[in-house]
Each structure stands twice: as structure tokens, then as C-alpha cells.
Design a protein around this ligand. Structure first.
Ligand code: ZN
Length: 292
């Protein structure tokens, strides 16, 4: 039987099996056989040991498509980033950090700009232009009306989505709207894992509908990007790439080098100034951290 790990607590894994429900499994022999620890998001083959009580053992883990460290999850199809356009004032540096992290992992990004009723339409167009050029899909929502929800849901359909965003941006209200469809599963799940309830927050995939899962991640104020080198940062700015080839120096980092086509494009308004400024800040951060 195959399924997906949606939660792991203290050596128990909870496997969602299509049309059957959730099996509580151990992972005896997995580390010995495959030399990896199971992760939430893993697709697994299980042996059912007790059908009535839905207990089993994980026999093997299907090869992972990808793997994130924070949050710890495998086989992510995309990341949906909720970001309020006002109240709280958006922190674009944080947004860009997140985009870089996802770019590095090759994970497609959807940015959902929320609370759009608080700003002028012209500003929305600016956001859209900037972030489409970064290779992101861009959505706009205000108070999650039916039409807006349709769009958000259709983006998630059939995929495993990591939902991220600072607190106070509407992430939890989105989860509340998405979750009722998964009531049956989550009810059963909480029955089974009561003993885990008192412990700290674990990452958990919520089954929304057929083949559709979402992981709500804690606010990302503590976002770090020390997993990569300053010199690779420029690769994650998709809007730089059309210009980078014509910089005077090969391997130009677009900081102080003369004849830099990227800096020229910023001056000419073809690359967003704020994105570029945040790039230079991140670059310096990464350079400095290498010294320690
Ligand atoms: Zn350059």
C-alpha cells in the first residue's frame, strides 16, 4: 500500500492513504535499508500489520523530488507566500530572502498579495510587474471572497504546497478556509496522536482534497539563508539573468564591478531598484558570515 507521510511524532509516522485514511506506522528497518530518516512529505510503501486499528510499518521510501530543511518536508511542489501589501508594512527584504531560498531549491513560487483593498490599484500593478519578472506567479486577495478563494485553491490543486508568510498577513484565515474540507482526516488524526498534542509544534501536512496537501509554516521572521554562498546569490534573481551575460567581467556579482550591465539596467529602470538594493544587502550579509 502506498501513502504520504503527513506527520511524524516520537518515532510514529502518520501515513495518509488515498481512499483509506490515516495509518499509524513505525519505520523499522528503513534507516538500515535506505540510510535515510523518513520525512513529512515522503511517499512511502507500507505493510499493514493491523487493518482494524490501521497500524503498519514503512517498508520503503520513494526517492525524494526535493527536501527543505526549514520547515522539514520532502517533495514540495510549490511555495505559496502570503504577504500583506499594508498593515503590517511589507518587509520586502524578507520576501526576497524567501524567494532566494525557494529558487535555490528550484521550488516554484506563488506570491499572494493580501489586503489589496488597502492600497491603490496602480501600486498593485507595480507589485505584479516586479514579481512576475522574478518568475513568480502573483495572486491578489483582499478578504478571501469566493472568487478569490477559487483562484487560490486552483493553484494548489493536486500539489503539495508550503504556505509561508509573516504573522498577521492572513495566513491563518486562509488555513481556516482551506481546512474544513479536511475535517474527517484531521479529526481522525487528532484522535490517534493525542499523546503528541502537548509537545512542541511539529510540521504537518494537511490533506485538503485529492492529492492536495498544504503545510502551514510558522512565521518566518527567523529566516536565514546561510545555506548558500554570496557568489551564487545572483543566480536566484531571475530578472538579472537577461543582462548578466553582457557585464564586462565574467562572474560579475553586480556590486562594484565596472561595466556592469545589471547596474545599468537598474539605472534605466528595467530592474526594480528596491529588489536590487535588497540584493546588495543580502550579498554583504552572506560575505560577512563567511568570515566567521
Ligand atoms: Zn554585473
Amino acid at each position: 500500500m502506498t501513502g504520504k507521510i503527513i506527520k511524524g511524532i516520537a518515532g510514529f509516522y502518520y501515513i495518509h492513504v488515498k481512499d483509506s485514511g490515516i495509518y499509524e506506522c513505525k519505520a523499522k528497518g528503513i534507516f538500515r535499508n535506505q540510510k535515510i530518516m523518513p520525512l513529512v512529505g515522503d511517499d512511502v510503501l507500507i505493510d499493514v500489520l493491523d487493518e482494524e486499528n490501521m497500524l503498519g510499518n514503512i517498508r520503503s521510501i520513494v526517492k525524494r523530488k526535493n527536501e527543505l530543511i526549514r520547515p522539514s518536508v520532502a517533495n514540495v511542489d510549490q511555495a505559496l507566500l502570503m504577504f500583506a501589501v499594508a498593515a503590517p508594512k511589507p518587509n520586502f527584504n524578507l520576501l526576497d530572502r524567501f524567494l532566494c531560498m525557494m529558487k535555490q531549491k528550484n521550488i516554484p513560487m506563488i506570491i499572494c498579495f493580501h489586503k489589496i483593498d488597502l492600497i491603490h490599484e496602480n501600486e498593485l500593478e507595480i507589485f505584479q510587474n516586479i514579481y512576475l519578472r522574478c518568475g513568480c506567479q502573483v495572486l491578489f486577495t483582499s478578504i478571501f471572497q469566493e472568487g478569490e478563494m477559487k483562484e487560490v485553491k486552483s493553484c494548489m490543486q493536486g500539489k503539495t504546497t508550503v504556505l509561508a508568510g509573516p504573522s498577521g498577513v492572513g495566513k491563518s484565515s486562509l488555513m481556516n478556509i482551506l481546512q474544513p474540507n479536511a475535517n474527517m482526516d484531521t479529526g481522525l488524526l487528532s484522535e490517534k496522536i493525542k499523546r503528541g498534542k502537548h509537545t512542541t509544534r511539529h510540521s504537518e501536512l494537511i490533506h485538503i482534497q485529492e492529492d492536495t496537501y498544504v503545510m502551514d509554516t510558522p512565521g518566518f521572521s527567523s529566516l536565514h539563508i546561510h545555506e548558500f554562498e554570496a557568489d551564487e546569490l545572483k543566480e536566484y534573481y531571475e530578472e538579472f539573468l537577461p543582462y548578466a551575460g553582457t557585464c564586462k567581467f565574467r562572474g560579475c556579482n553586480h556590486i562594484k564591478e565596472p561595466g556592469c550591465a545589471v547596474k545599468q539596467a537598474v539605472l534605466e529602470g528595467n530592474i526594480n531598484e528596491e529588489r536590487y538594493q535588497n540584493y546588495t544587502l543580502l550579498y554583504k550579509d552572506l560575505k560577512e558570515q563567511r568570515r566567521y
